[in-house]
Design a protein around this ligand. Structure first.
Ligand SMILES: Nc1ncnc2c1ncn2[C@@H]1O[C@H](COP(=O)(O)OP(=O)(O)OP(=O)(O)O)[C@@H](O)[C@H]1O
Ligand SMILES: [Mg+2]
Length: 409
């Protein structure tokens, strides 16, 4: 199988290269198109696994940048159900089949795929995303997926223009009132608490802590919270290239990475290196103080605004995790040789982020002030007291005490 890979860049869609995928095997190869290589502003779509060179690049699994715009656990469930119910005729075997099953209009980032010059971009789209007013229909369709009672119509609706973007949690692409694209993140029946309320609270606290975050709002439907996040990889009709931190670093599946490795990645491929290093350290400290244990390397991302240079995307998928639920999560380590999470460890590593001691303490203090005001912020967001109580141990814990003593509070 051979697929044309295109990219939306500077108001046009350009052929970047061709992907060849072996039949029923994960092996792939990619070759940049001569017309792309000849451009003055040509750039690598994936700086680590697809450097900008002529000739074939080979890999035993799909290249990171292409995997990043495919589905994750939630999308795969939908696609597999759709095959079972004959809504999709082609059974996906390889990772690339799953990527191509997703809707072109809502695909994350700027890559687009088609089989040849005469065909439309995959998966063909009606171009119409469900507007926010149809959230209730999207919610009942996702509920039907959880209870395994979904109809072919539910699957068509969820896999159609409102196609699943990546990630494990139930979600759908939606059109916001102002015409921007959004992601609606829905509850699951087995959620131990109001997850969307926690995410919106964390994004609010992160903003107060001086972190750049994706625009967000909480919508309440039938007593349930839904987090609606504005997409940062679109500007009007334009698409902005996106890759995950995992791809920037060329990590293999299951490779956990570390914040200092990401700092090295920013040094190598970044646009505003000192600014992004400082921002990353702020996010690292925020993740410690707000117990954002879900900070794996697909929950950090980069956007390209200047050819070949990658900038940290606004922060997304921030989730405070109370103490009792931490056993199953692997928090990203501060450094590659120390998996222990501590404020002293973060301060000791600050030099790798280009920060002097006084600067790092100032940032720590700003993050501390934002996080310790969590209950007030939660009340202002009208989150129920019982929900806030369920999150208390995410914001009141020994690392907060450690910060107090480091800052002499
Ligand atoms: N605001 C945004 N704009 C563009 N892309 C986004 C945005 N937020 C998230 N994404 C992309 O969508 C993917 C899924 O979103 P998100 O991480 O919020 O979902 P999730 O299901 O909670 O993920 P996880 O599997 O980490 O729990 C992200 O990995 C990222 O690639
Ligand atoms: Mg995520």
């Amino acid at each position: 199988m051979s697929i044309e890979v295109h990219i939306n860049w500077l108001s046009g869609t350009h052929l970047v290269g061709r992907l060849h995928a072996a039949d029923r095997s994960p092996s792939v190869s990619f070759e940049y198109a001569p017309e792309w290589l000849q451009r003055d502003d040509a750039f690598a779509i994936d700086p680590t696994s697809l450097p900008l060179q002529r000739g074939l690049h080979h890999a035993t699994t799909l290249f990171g940048a292409i995997q990043d715009c495919g589905p994750d656990r939630w999308g795969r469930v939908l696609i597999e159900r759709a095959v079972r119910k004959k809504v999709l005729t082609q059974k996906p075997y390889r990772d690339i089949d799953y990527v191509l099953a997703l809707d072109d209009a809502s695909r994350i980032g700027a890559l687009r795929f088609r089989t040849d010059a005469k065909s439309s971009f995959l998966a063909p789209t009606s171009g119409k995303l469900p507007p926010l007013v149809r959230l209730n229909e999207l919610l009942s369709a996702t509920d039907a997926i959880h209870s395994e009672t979904e109809t072919a119509q539910d699957l068509r609706f969820l896999l159609g223009a409102g196609s699943p973007v990546g990630g494990a949690r139930p979600k759908a692409a939606v059109a916001l009132a102002n015409g921007q694209l959004g992601i609606a993140k829905f509850p699951k029946p087995d959620d131990p608490r109001d997850i969307a309320a926690g995410e919106i609270l964390a994004l609010t606290l992160a903003t107060k802590a001086g972190i750049q975050v994706a625009e967000h709002q909480r919508v309440i439907l039938a007593g349930q919270s839904i987090a609606v996040i504005t997409r940062f990889d679109r500007a009007g009709k334009e698409r902005t290239p996106f890759i995950s931190a995992s791809s920037l670093l060329g990590l293999a599946e299951g490779d956990l990475g570390a914040y200092t490795m990401l700092a090295d990645g920013i040094r190598q491929f970044g646009r505003d290196v000192p600014g992004d290093l400082q921002e990353l350290w702020r996010r690292l400290v925020f993740s410690l103080l707000a117990s954002n244990y879900d900070d794996h390397m697909r929950n950090h991302g980069f956007l390209m605004h200047e050819p070949g240079r990658w900038s940290l995307s606004p922060a997304y998928d921030l989730n405070p995790v109370p103490e009792m639920d931490r056993a199953d999560t692997n928090k990203t380590a501060i450094t590659e040789d120390n998996g222990e999470s501590s404020i002293l460890g973060a301060l000791a590593a600050a030099g790798r982020f280009g920060l002097r001691a006084a600067e790092s303490k100032k940032i720590l203090n700003e993050v501390f002030t934002a996080v310790t005001g969590w209950r007030n912020s939660g009340r202002q967001l009208r989150i129920k007291a019982s929900t806030l109580d369920a999150y208390a141990s995410a914001f009141e814990h020994p690392l907060i005490d450690e910060t107090e003593s480091v800052l002499n509070k």
